[in-house]
Ligand binder design. Structure first.
Ligand SMILES: [Zn+2]
Length: 191
């Protein structure tokens, strides 16, 4: 993904999506690190809601990390991204819908925008605003985890508690990766 074939002028949008435990943050950090090694100006954001591990950094499950700016709303990105050549955003599914227009604006102004996020919620339904971002992006990378039950490619995030909150931040004790056959969506009564 870091090859010379990218356009040299003009920005573009890259989306990294998939279920939990598919390595989205790891892949985001890998791309951002390559840009830093190339001495590009990189700025990284994450929404405030995700405070696991470390408030000031983006940390993958395997402990890779990169320092980030915590934001409350997508609009906050613009003031911090003015001089950046590369803009990274993690856990974008926790941001407001305004991120779609802002990501477009950043790419239009010549920046490389790399966005990582869950593409489906715990019900297995598209997690807004990911569908719009995927439609706008030049490059979409879909990552898969491995189903903890059967070992098949896992495209779903199974919530292991009966909470009906859309956002339930946490890691391995609340969620696991499941394939389409092992995924059990919450029943109508639970919703
Ligand atoms: Zn399975």
């Amino acid at each position: 993904m870091d090859g010379d074939w990218y356009p040299h002028k003009g920005g573009w949008l890259e989306v990294i999506c998939g279920s939990m435990f598919s390595g989205k943050t790891e892949e985001l950090i890998r791309r951002l690190r390559r840009a830093q090694i190339a001495k590009q100006k990189v700025v990284v954001f994450k929404p405030r809601i995700d405070d696991r591990y470390d408030a000031e950094s983006i940390v993958s499950h395997n402990q890779l990390q990169i320092s980030s700016i915590v934001i409350d709303k997508s609009e906050d990105i613009l003031q911090h991204a003015i001089f950046a050549q590369v803009v990274g955003i993690d856990e974008v599914q926790f941001l407001d819908e305004g991120i779609v227009e802002i990501a477009q604006k950043l790419a239009d102004s010549g920046k490389r925008v790399i966005i990582a996020g869950l593409d489906k919620d715990y019900r297995g339904k598209p997690f807004l605003p990911m569908p719009s971002l995927m439609a706008m992006a030049e490059y979409v990378t879909k990552l898969l985890a491995i189903c903890v039950r059967c070992g098949a490619p896992a495209n779903y995030t199974q919530r292991l508690t009966r909470s009906d909150k859309l956002v339930e931040v946490g890691a391995s004790e609340i969620y696991e990766a499941r394939c389409r056959h092992c995924f059990e969506p919450p029943s109508k009564n639970d919703e």
